[in-house]
Design a binder for this molecule. Structure first.
Ligand code: ZN
Ligand code: ZN
Length: 332
């Protein structure tokens, strides 16, 4: 039997630090599973939530949408035996009946609910999740290493899929998503060109170690024109810079859930059939495809673990860009 109470970190209002609190262990409803959290990744989107940049969060809310846990118990209609290891991603619920859900675009569902935003997430010892949106995970990765796959990996993969046929691929913002997707891209034979903040030699060396052909500052022009560029940093100023670096007919794909305003730009930057597009959320198909691929190619996430109680510190490290790879919280 689970303990009656367990710890979680909650956000009570925008701009406030998370508060470590006891709450009753959540009870799974029909179709839901109760998981004991083994690890939860820290995502840039958690900062956008805390900073009040995402509209209408549930408050108070337990953040965290890169959750790895094991099933304690399931509600009616669930079939996972206790002890099964599952991953819980950002996409926590969809309606199943709108035109988006019925056309393979459940990532755009108008009534979708997202983990750690509208549904309590994984900065906690326990979480409940709709079993239909959970994933089984590659056995080769432990909980902490599997956690970043669930957002940085999954949404990174959906972003990369928009540029799967690019030979020369630029990646702007070399953090958690980029370090996973660079491994996918080089495995598929793409040339990776990595762009970081000017002077961020550590991130540039990290990109080169992961197989990038070239690494430099975002303001620099790469040695060749790119077929496509992925932007993982939430910085709108990168869009015109990336457009300058792509060839005619190339695309710039923005993988973030939030981005600062894109500055106005001359039409000549999109002339030549260059296009800009965003990537929203994920579908379950993205998840199963990516997690199978991650197991097959032996993706190696680079992580830094911190105890759950130090979540506020982990968030500040993500904000400062002080990490190579991903921060992961571990319940004590
Ligand atoms: Zn829907
Ligand atoms: Zn995320």
């Amino acid at each position: 039997m689970p303990a009656e109470h367990s710890l979680c970190l909650r956000l009570h209002g925008p701009g406030q630090p998370l508060v470590l609190e006891q709450r009753p262990v959540p009870v799974p409803g029909p179709g839901q599973v109760l998981l004991k959290v083994g690890a939860c990744g820290v995502c840039r989107t958690d900062l956008h939530l805390i900073d009040g940049e995402l509209p209408d969060p549930k408050l108070p809310i337990v953040p965290g949408h890169e959750i790895v846990g094991t099933v304690v118990t399931g509600g009616a209609g669930t079939h996972y035996p206790s002890g099964t290891r599952l991953g819980v991603p950002w996409l926590g619920y969809t309606c199943g009946i709108c035109e988006f859900c019925l056309s393979g675009q459940e990532n755009l569902c108008d009534r979708a609910a997202f983990t750690g935003y509208q549904l309590d997430g994984g900065y906690a010892e326990h979480v409940v999740a709709d079993a239909r949106y959970c994933f089984e995970l590659p056995a080769s990765l432990d909980d902490a290493h599997a956690a970043p796959l669930l957002c940085a990996g999954l949404i990174g993969y959906r972003t990369w899929r928009m540029a799967w046929n690019a030979k020369r691929l630029g990646i702007y913002g070399f953090g958690a998503a980029a370090h996973l997707i660079a491994q996918v891209a080089t495995h598929k034979g793409q040339e990776v060109y990595a762009f970081t903040r000017a002077g961020d030699v550590i991130a540039q060396q990290f990109a080169l170690q992961l197989g990038a052909r070239w690494a430099g500052a975002s303001e620099e022009q790469p040695p060749v024109l790119l077929d496509a560029a992925l932007i993982f940093a939430p910085v709108g100023q990168l869009v015109p810079l990336a457009l300058r670096a792509v060839r005619k007919g190339g695309s710039v794909i923005c993988g973030g859930i939030h981005m600062s305003d894109i500055p106005s730009l001359p039409y000549s930057l999109i002339w030549g059939e260059r296009c800009i597009r965003s990537v929203a959320n994920l579908t379950r198909r993205d998840g199963t495809e990516f997690l199978a691929l991650a197991g097959e190619i032996g993706i190696q996430p680079s992580i830094e673990t911190l105890p759950l109680s130090r979540a506020n510190e982990a968030l500040e490290r993500v904000r400062a860009g002080a990490l190579s790879g991903a921060a992961v919280l571990i319940p004590e």
